[in-house]
Design a protein around this ligand. Structure first.
Ligand code: FES
Ligand code: FE2
Length: 403
């Protein structure tokens, strides 16, 4: 789509309403999304516990881009573009793996790189060839509370506020000393913005997520939940747990810093964790000596969302693939010393968010199917969709500033 046409579409947006159909369907706009929003922000690539040893790697994708997150020989975490410096082949495929002999070797003509991305071997190249010029392209990478963040941006957004907010949320919940206990990948036939908007609002929670709604006060409108939220804060204070709400969500375009939000919300009375029976499912994490019956939601950038309970955590990674395709990776965290079958049962641990994620996939795909109609007219957001509305404003602002 031409920039002029896109600028007109942005101007035509009705404030407080969902986006027009094209924003959820047009491959040209998806390329703008990539160029002007997604590639410019930080996103979570996973948790350090997934790559404990030298040579362990994760592959994280976005659109047509792909990054290798690898543990180096020195024990550091690097992010390297998954594009060979010879003729551009992907170096590794799949979601994760281990580099053989501490080398990333291209499957095409066998150029071979060390774990820092330096080219170590390339056969039959002319004398003028300089290996030193052919290192894999590095991306910025930052570990915060055990979470790996990377970005394609040449001048990455400032993470100072995000780091401080994560220390007060993921840090309090002990995520730096957690491990991934389970992973699920959901392939969603929908535009990434529909998936993110859905995640950012709980207007749908009562009708679409009965299991979630029976455990989380957050499913209720704020005025109906006030008493229970107050009780939740009292329980936290009694245990000396301090997790402040932070709202730097959807920073103004050009602000130069990454978006971050932290929000606490109570579980229903008597619930120690968001489980089938309300009891904790694994050993307590972080500063928690007992459950305070609350949940902590936090978000960094546009596509990385997190949820922490006193005994486990959940990472939501939205992975835009194409205009009509998004993947959603869900990672469950427990204390790094928790032993499966002794301290936790994977079925109990994952029950709620597996159920909820399957429901979300279904409703987001139904949303896309309806939005695909040429007769779709964007409707107004409710009072319980404030964050979805703010996400849309933020998105349009970033696009408008860039085109
Ligand atoms: S493309 Fe990688 S070695 Fe040729
Ligand atoms: Fe949902």
């Amino acid at each position: 789509m031409e920039s002029i046409a896109l600028a007109a579409r942005i101007r035509n947006h009705q404030p407080g309403h969902a986006l027009a159909r094209e924003f959820y369907t047009d491959p040209g706009i998806f390329e703008h999304d990539m160029q002007y929003m997604l590639l410019g922000h930080w996103f979570c690539a996973g948790h350090v516990s997934s790559i404990p040893r030298a040579g362990d790697f994760l592959v994280v994708d976005m659109g047509s881009e792909s990054v290798i997150i690898v543990r180096t020989a020195a024990g550091e975490v690097r992010a390297l573009l998954n594009v060979c410096r010879h003729r551009g082949s992907r170096l590794v495929t799949g979601r994760s793996g281990k580099a053989q002999s501490a080398r990333l070797t291209c499957p095409y003509h066998a150029w071979s790189y060390d774990l820092d991305g330096n080219l170590m071997a390339a056969r039959q190249m002319p004398d003028s060839f300089r290996r030193a010029d052919m290192a894999l392209k590095p991306l910025a990478v930052r570990i915060m509370e055990g979470l790996i963040f990377t970005t394609f941006a040449r001048e990455p957004l400032d993470l100072g506020g995000a780091a401080a907010a994560l220390a007060l949320s993921a840090g309090v919940h002990g995520w730096a000393t957690a491990k991934v206990a389970h992973r699920e990948l959901y392939s969603i036939k929908a535009n990434w913005k529909l998936a993110v908007e859905n995640y950012m609002e709980c207007y749908h929670c009562t009708p679409a997520h009965p299991e979630f709604a029976r455990r989380h006060v957050y499913a209720r409108p704020a005025e109906q939940a006030a008493d229970q939220e107050r009780e939740g804060r009292t329980r936290a204070a009694a245990l000396g747990i301090v997790v402040p709400d932070i709202d730097q969500y959807g920073c103004a375009a050009g602000a130069g810093r990454e978006s971050v939000a932290v929000m606490r919300s109570a579980l229903h009375d008597g619930m120690a964790s968001a489980t089938d029976d309300g009891r904790t499912v694994a050993r307590l994490m972080g500063v928690f000596s007992a459950s305070d019956g609350n949940s902590t939601y936090f978000d960094i950038g546009p596509i990385s969302d997190f949820l922490a309970y006193p005994d486990h955590g959940v990472i939501y990674r939205f992975i835009p693939r194409a205009a009509d395709h998004t993947e959603m990776e869900v990672l469950w965290l427990v204390h790094q010393d928790a032993v499966e079958g002794v301290d936790y049962d994977v079925g109990r641990l994952t029950w709620l968010w597996k159920t909820t994620s399957a429901e979300d996939k279904k409703i987001v795909e139904m949303n896309q199917a309806g939005v695909n109609s040429r007769f779709f007219v964007p409707g107004p957001y409710s009072l319980q969709e404030t964050y979805a509305a703010r996400f849309v404003d933020w998105y349009l602002e970033e696009l408008a500033a860039a085109i």
